[in-house]
Design a protein around this ligand. Structure first.
Ligand SMILES: *Cc1c(COP(=O)(O)O)cnc(C)c1O
Length: 236
């Protein structure tokens, strides 16, 4: 068994023990394997371990991978999630090649993704990225503007709003991690009063997964703990 397969098994059992520890329903937290900068061989190893849901941050790299798998492994039903920042001149590629987008943070991007989504692919599943830490350098919409963006998305036929996503500041303190995640979970509950069908709270990475699950995450985005450290010199 490859180390990637072992890592997937280990993360899966860690997710299960977090679910138990925090009184969450079994299988209520899904694993998104973040494969950015990693070659298709690494993705194939994760597929061998049963993983089907993959996250990519860079448009060009992600599109190449989705094309590779739809050409060479049509028989395996994979789900591709775009989790990186979206520039408007790249939105068409995202709308055409991905199943989910976690990083919708402004009207213009929502509108473009809707207009550029090929109707035969069915609606794009979207999350609104929220800047819970309020830092100006971080991407994501301010909490106060979430409802307005959700209202726009709800009128767009080629997008389906599924919930919220955040990337809080990278801190070591468990309590600080949990508080940031609870902030997003509170916002999700408020949004659900208007949009009761939303079901996805994308939060938690390799370093803060447990706090995210305690606060109510339904999808953790794990890269390093599955695929190892990333070598950014290999990406453009
Ligand atoms: C890279 C990345 C991840 C994975 O981070 P790890 O710390 O490697 O698990 C998760 N979410 C987003 C948005 C990322 O860019």
């Amino acid at each position: 068994m490859s180390s990637i397969q072992q890592n997937i098994q280990q993360i899966t059992s860690q997710i299960e023990s977090c679910e138990q520890k925090w009184g969450r329903a079994r299988h209520s937290v899904q694993l998104l394997a973040v494969s950015k900068t990693k070659p298709v061989d690494a993705i194939l190893a994760a597929i061998e371990a049963g993983q089907r849901r993959f996250g990519e941050n860079y448009v060009q790299e992600g599109v190449e991978k989705t094309r590779f798998f739809s050409e060479h492994h049509q028989d395996i039903a994979l789900e591709w999630h775009f989790i990186g920042p979206i520039q408007s001149n790249k939105s068409r590629l995202v709308a055409e090649h991905f199943d989910w987008v976690h990083t919708v943070d402004r009207d213009k991007i929502a509108q473009r993704l809707n207009d550029q989504r090929p109707p035969e692919k069915g609606p794009l599943q979207v999350l609104i990225q929220v800047n819970t830490s309020g830092e100006s350098s971080k991407s994501g919409i301010d909490e106060a503007d979430v409802l307005t963006l959700a209202q726009l998305i709800s009128t767009l036929p080629n997008l389906t709003l599924r919930g919220l996503m955040s990337i809080p500041e990278n801190v070591a303190s468990y309590d600080v991690q949990r508080k940031a995640f609870e902030q997003l979970a509170t916002l999700q509950r408020q949004l659900a009063q208007h949009y009761p069908d939303i079901d996805t709270l994308s939060m938690g990475m390799s370093g803060d997964m447990s706090a995210a699950i305690e606060a109510g995450s339904t999808m953790v985005r794990i890269g390093t703990a599955i695929f190892g450290e990333r070598d950014y010199t290999r990406t453009k």
